[in-house]
Ligand binder design. Sequence first.
Ligand SMILES: Cc1ncc(C[n+]2csc(CCOP(=O)(O)OP(=O)(O)O)c2C)c(N)n1
Ligand SMILES: CC(=O)[C@@H](O)[C@H](O)COP(=O)(O)O
Ligand SMILES: [Mg+2]
Length: 608
Amino acid sequence: MTTSVERPATSLAALRGPEDLCALTTEQLRELAGEIRRFLVDKVSRTGGHLGPNLGVVELTLALHRVFDSPRDTLLWDTGHQTYVHKILTGRADAFDALRQPEGLSGYPAREESPHDVIENSHASTVLSYADGLAKAHALRGVTDRAVVAVIGDGALTGGMAWEALNNIAAAPHRPVVIVLNDNGRSYAPTVGGIAEHLAARRAADRPAGVPGLFDNLGLVQLGPVDGHDIEALEEALRGAAALRRPVVVHCVTRKGHGHAPAERNEADRCHAVRARPAPGGAPAVKRASWTSVFEAELADLGERRADIVALTAAMLEPTGLTAFARRFPERTFDVGIAEQHAVTSAAGLALGGLHPVVAVYATFLNRGFDQLLMDVALHRAPVTFVLDRAGATGDDGPSHNGMWDLSLFPLVPGLRVAAPRDAATLRRALGEAVAVDDAPTAVRFPKGVVPEPVPAVDTVAGLDVLHRSGEDADVLLVSVGPLAPVCLAAAELLRRRGIGVTVVDPRWIMPVAPELIDLGLAHRAVVSVEDSGRAGGAGAALAQALTDAGARRPVQVMGLPQRFLAQGRREDILARSGLTPDGILSRALRALGRSGDTTPIRRSRGE
Ligand SMILES: Cc1ncc(C[n+]2csc(CCOP(=O)(O)OP(=O)(O)O)c2C)c(N)n1
Ligand SMILES: CC(=O)[C@@H](O)[C@H](O)COP(=O)(O)O
Ligand SMILES: [Mg+2]
């Protein structure tokens, strides 16, 4: 009879770490896999997160941790959204009630959580480059007893970086890398393109050898396809790959959402990312439209009126709001795979062919296509419109998902025009204005979540929306960028009560800086800019530069997100911690007026 200490860890509660897995029988592993699935459904349904991808890798992750000795062997995960099972097996099951919560468990690998975690960047298609580099380091340092294992999804394999890495890995048969291709045939939707078709043919072939392997032709050994839910078959393939001591691709066929009927039946995305269930008795979900849905409807309507408008996505058709357009204009919609660089330059090609492309991406992922924006689109003054969803602080997907880089990059792009709408009406208007530009690239950016209540202008001055004007003196100009208008208006009220003259202006088109905005800035004693983006080089910095060039003596108080990697958290908390609150703006305005620390309410000379 085994004591509790000796009893194999066939339950999560008994599991102390991956070392406990080796003692389990196949039947015990199956039981454990079932328990892990139930655990994932229970926890992730409550916290929100990547349920489908993780349900698909339960057996694969068990096999990886039984065959390889992490962290001595390095397990690298592409994108990292499918590492919940890895976290459960490496001693973090107890932390899942705080998954993706502030100060809680990251939804991606996090080095401060565990020595088993390596890649924190959630941008796809990077893992093979890490693996190539690590394999080279091992070779140079004479490390021969530690495996380099890279898990990449079929979606991530459509990204250009993956093939740049494969080109290098294939050139060095003496440098072992175990490449685990987690082929579930999907990104959110079914993976598109020739690579996906090749993989599908191999999955379907009764004799895989009958379909020459994509990787064979590169000189890489290709094992499989292997049933990605058969732990014994997986372990045999992984052990075989490790024993070859050279670069090997193990083609594992998995099912996203496997073992959970609602995910298996979900044709849209197999529960790729599920929203957190509202807490019992919590505030009812807000019924206002999302920024994405406003964009989606407007683009579909524009598509009716403009046959030259085409839409491009990088494997995120539904999340970026292109579903309606695609349904109405399937031949004018292009899903290029997780390939933002290609999307941007392909859009330049579409524009050169007389069309007006709309490239819909999450703001952070446009980083990938910056050189293409600069040299393939802007250099040719190609009329491409970039629609950046999830611009600004996003929060719960961690540092690499915040859309806080675009406004710092855009000032570098000659001729690019950038709009930051503040509500649904200005989003619709900005999109219409953007696609009307036929001699320059344009960008329209908006945040994650629901659109705020309408924020009407009280006046328009030379194309600038004046949202508030009070006081006799032109003391403070608050330049409100995009969705922070309500915060700026609340700050203006605090200033008004102190008898300080304040104008709140929303340029709507924030780059290049409008001459009229410069004139308005010069006409005020102090200027404070407020944006939901990184402070370095953003809209405020561009305005500050323009005002300095125009001879302004007082520095612009530039308010935005700190130029740091911001830990996961709620969007509203990140904005608040960044000082993007009425009180924070008040304090900066007082400082700009040389009245820092002046908190006593000053009654206006007349009236109050
Ligand atoms: C550069 C980049 N573009 C887009 C995304 C958004 N994204 C996150 S996961 C995902 C799909 C990944 O598909 P795959 O690699 O097959 O992994 P699976 O979810 O199927 O396990 C996408 C498009 C991203 N993380 N990085
Ligand atoms: C990893 C991944 O899928 C991300 O793109 C992320 O999950 C996006 O989440 P939201 O769509 O909720 O912003
Ligand atoms: Mg996939």
